[in-house]
Ligand binder design. Structure first.
Ligand code: UFG
Length: 321
C-alpha cells in the first residue's frame, strides 16, 4: 500500500516507518517537526513538512501520491502540559485530527490507524485493563484522544472509513542499532530521565512512594517501541483484510514499579541512579497494566523485545550514542 505516516519523524512514528518499509509498503512521511526529528526520517523517503491542520496540503498529497492509508501519530502528548494548556491539546489533537479526517474523506482515503493511549482509561477499576473497560480519562491529554476515538467511530459509521485505534501503554526502548530512540525537546518520561540522572549526576525525582503498591511507587506496563511498531503493521493489514474497525491495547501484561525500573537501570549500566522521593505527580494512577489478549489473538501479534532488560539496554545504548 501507499501509506502516509503523519508524525513519522517522531519516536514511535519513525520506528513504524521502518517496520512498514520492511514489510514492503511504500511509505511517505508528513510531519510539522514541532517535536519530531528530521534525522529520524530515512533519506530516501518522500518527506512533507506540514501540519495536520493544513487540509489543502493533505488533500493535494492524497491525490498526487494515491495514498491508500494513513497512520496518524501527530499529537501533543505530555500529560502535565495538557492540564496547563488545554487549548493547545484540543486544537492540535482534536481539531488537527478532524482536519485530517475531512481531508481523507474528501480524497476517498479509506483506512486510518490511530495512536491512542492508555490514558483514555483513567484510574482503572480492575486489572489487567481490557479494551471494554470504562473510559474515564483523568487528564486533558487522555480526553483529547478519547474525543478523537469517538469521532473516528462516528465517521466510520457514516462515511467510507475504517479505523483502528491502538491504545499504547508505556512506550520505551530504542532501535537495536541505536539509530532511533526517545529524544523529546522537553523530557518527562521515566526511563530517559533515569538515564539522564545517571550520566548527568542529577537526582531523579520519584513521584510518590505512598501508593498502594508493594514498594509504594507507581506501576506501569513498559513496552518496547519495536513491538509497538510491529503491531502497527499487523493492525493495518488486518483492517484492510477484514474491512473492520477495531480498538486494541498494546502493552505486555506485566507491570514494574518506578523503583524496579531504577534497579534494572543500575543492573544494565553498572552505575548508581541518584534519586530522591518527591510528592505524587497530579493525575498519576497507581497501577496501569494492559490485557493484550485481543491483539495477540486477532492480529497474531507476539512480543519479541519487551523483556525489561532488553528495553533498558536498548535505551541505554541509544542514550550513550
Ligand atoms: N515518574 C517519576 N519521576 C519522573 C518521571 C516519571 O517518578 O521524573 C513516574 C511517574 O510518576 C509514573 C512513571 O514514572 O509513575 C511513568 O511516568 P511517565 O511520565 O514515563 O509515563 P506515564 O505513565 O505518566 O505516561 C505514559 C505516556 C503518556 C500516556 C500514559 C498512558 O507518556 O503519553 O503513559 O498511561 F498517556
Amino acid at each position: 500500500m501507499n501509506v502516509l505516516v503523519v508524525g513519522g519523524a517522531g519516536y514511535i512514528g519513525a520506528h513504524t516507518v521502518q517496520a512498514l518499509r520492511e514489510r514492503g509498503h511504500k511509505v511517505f512521511v508528513y510531519d510539522n517537526l514541532s517535536t519530531g526529528n528530521l534525522e529520524a526520517v530515512p533519506e530516501d523517503i518522500h518527506f512533507f513538512e506540514g501540519d495536520i491542520r493544513d487540509g489543502d496540503f493533505l488533500r493535494h498529497i492524497f491525490a498526487e501520491y494515491l495514498i491508500d492509508a494513513v497512520v496518524h501519530f501527530a499529537a501533543c502528548s505530555l500529560v502535565g502540559e495538557s492540564m496547563q494548556d488545554p487549548a493547545k491539546y484540543y486544537n492540535n489533537n482534536v481539531v488537527g485530527t478532524l482536519s485530517l479526517l475531512n481531508a481523507m474523506k474528501g480524497a476517498g482515503v479509506e483506512y486510518l490507524l490511530f495512536s491512542s493511549t492508555a490514558a483514555v482509561y483513567g484510574e482503572p477499576t480492575s486489572l489487567p485493563i481490557t479494551e471494554t473497560a470504562l473510559c474515564q480519562p483523568t487528564n486533558v491529554y487522555g480526553r483529547t484522544k478519547l474525543a478523537i476515538e469517538w469521532s473516528l467511530a462516528d465517521y466510520a459509521q457514516a462515511y467510507n472509513l475504517k479505523y483502528t485505534a491502538l491504545r499504547y501503554f508505556n512506550a520505551a526502548g530504542a532501535s537495536l542499532d541505536a539509530s532511533i530512540g526517545e529524544a523529546h525537546p522537553v523530557e518527562t518520561h521515566l526511563i530517559p530521565l533515569i538515564l539522564q540522572a545517571v550520566t548527568k549526576h542529577k537526582a531523579l525525582q520519584v513521584f510518590g512512594d505512598d501508593y498502594p503498591t508493594p514498594d509504594g511507587t507507581c506501576i506501569r506496563d513498559y513496552i518496547h517501541v519495536l513491538d509497538l511498531a510491529t503491531a502497527h503493521v499487523l493492525a493495518l493489514e488486518k483492517m484492510v483484510q477484514t474491512q473492520q474497525s477495531a480498538v486494541y491495547n498494546l502493552g505486555t501484561e506485566t507491570g514494574f514499579s518506578v523503583l524496579e525500573i531504577i534497579k534494572m537501570v543500575e543492573q544494565v549500566t553498572g552505575l548508581v541512579v541518584p534519586y530522591t522521593i518527591s510528592p505524587r505527580r497530579a493525575g498519576d494512577p497507581a497501577r496501569l497494566v494492559a490485557s493484550v489478549n485481543k491483539a495477540k489473538q486477532q492480529l497474531g501479534w507476539q512480543l519479541q523485545h519487551s523483556d525489561l532488560q532488553q528495553i533498558i539496554s536498548s535505551a541505554w545504548q541509544w542514550h550513550c550514542k
